[in-house]
Design a protein around this ligand. Structure first.
Ligand code: ATP
Ligand code: MN
Ligand code: MN
Length: 371
């Protein structure tokens, strides 16, 4: 019917970096289902269908309208037979049998639970599952299991860090990081990135890029910030990784590889008094504080734009930016640099707009990158 599908559907690109995707998702019933399927394949290390369902979800997220009948999806990219049959089922009965089967599967449930702990990836979760462990108490009661420092903190602060971080809390943390930077150097700066920069109301952590205009001083800036947080008594956990950045290297082919800049993965203590309207946690409010995950990255200032683009996400947007660069432009893009394979040269950028322009892409605002 005419009311559910727009008149002439403008061609939708197969690349997320050529679509504008806000936080408003008009097709959540389908994308939630696809996310479960993608995760199921991820747990089983089957990459093809995992990526296919993620791409399908991403296309549906970009639509300004809700799919009400399958015919309306004609001409949309990345929707294969399997995605369409899942959608058909949901349209007809409101649910997908396949998704419900996964959700009730013991292995899926257990891996989902274990990977929800900070420091526990699919590999570790799988190992624990194969040893017959099914709950947190199973893990904590198993004497032969050695938890690393990150996992120990993950369990210790599980209640707090599995609870969403609000925008007000992100702002409060921004002030804390900002003050720390300014106390170290007057010309330093901290910028909010990640999901909150994309306009999300809630996040699983808060991401910042910290910089100093003096190239070569960025590693020191980060260690000084960490020291300041420690002095303030709010550093609950810190995994610091010094820079291994080599500017002569070509951008990486592998998306999942982390960048090489100095960075740290933190758990901070956020006091209620610092947050307008209080903490996003019932228990935390009575205690007067909560634990929050915070990521900081500190690139040399001439790589700032690449880092900002890379850390703003979403992951699907980043994946497609790189795929677009490689497949459509013969260029290599990562968080450090952009390299033109035809001209055999690096392309410099001081802003994100510069990078989109080098790639011959229309600029997409951060709040339109929720692919
Ligand atoms: P959420 O609200 O759940 O935190 P998010 O989009 O902010 O969502 P993050 O996992 O915090 O998700 O990641 C933010 C961005 O930073 C993503 O684009 C991700 O690819 C990138 N990123 C995260 N960790 C690293 C890392 N170690 N090296 C390079 N990029 C990273
Ligand atoms: Mn984040
Ligand atoms: Mn993060």
């Amino acid at each position: 019917d005419a009311a559910t599908a727009p008149a002439p559907v403008a061609a939708v690109s197969q690349y997320a970096c050529q679509r504008r995707t806000t936080t408003e998702n008009n097709n959540k019933i389908f994308t939630d289902a696809f996310e479960v399927l993608a995760e199921f394949y991820e747990f089983n290390e089957v990459e093809g269908p995992c990526l296919a369902f993620r791409r399908a979800a991403s296309v549906l997220k970009s639509l300004a309208w809700s799919v009400r009948r399958l015919g309306a999806t004609e001409g949309l990219p990345c929707l294969g037979e399997r995605s369409k049959s899942v959608m058909e089922e949901i349209l007809q009965s409101g649910r997908s049998f396949e998704v419900e089967k996964i959700l009730s599967d013991e292995r899926y449930q257990t891996l989902k639970l274990f990977t929800s702990v900070f420091g526990v990836g699919p590999k570790t979760a799988e190992k624990w599952y194969r040893r017959g462990l099914r709950s947190f108490s199973d893990i904590l009661a198993e004497p032969s299991i050695h938890l690393n420092r990150m996992q120990q903190s993950g369990f210790r602060h599980y209640g707090d860090i599995s609870r969403a971080v609000s925008r007000a809390e992100a702002r409060a943390l921004g002030n804390i990081i900002d003050e720390a930077v300014r106390a170290i150097t007057a010309d330093g700066a901290a910028a909010l990135t990640g999901g909150f920069r994309r306009g999300k109301e809630f996040g699983h952590d808060v991401d910042f890029i910290v910089t100093t205009p003096e190239v070569g001083r960025e590693d020191r800036l980060l260690t000084d910030i960490i020291e300041s947080l420690k002095q303030q008594g709010i550093l609950l956990y810190c995994d610091y990784q010094a820079s291994t950045f080599d500017q002569s290297k070509l951008p990486s082919h592998k998306f999942e590889a982390m960048d090489h800049f100095a960075k740290c993965f933190l758990i901070l203590r956020l006091d209620c008094s610092r947050v307008d309207g209080g903490l996003n946690s019932v228990e935390g409010d009575s205690r007067g504080w909560r634990a929050v995950r915070v990521d900081l990255v500190s690139p040399p200032v001439d790589r700032y734009a690449f880092t900002l683009l890379g850390w703003t996400g979403s992951r699907q947007f980043e994946r497609d930016l790189r795929r677009f660069a490689r497949s459509e432009r013969r260029m290599l893009l990562d968080n450090h640099a952009l390299y033109d394979k035809t001209k055999k040269e690096f392309l410099a950028a001081t802003t994100e707009e510069d990078i989109f322009a080098h790639l011959g892409l229309e600029y997409i605002e951060p709040w339109q990158r929720n692919a």
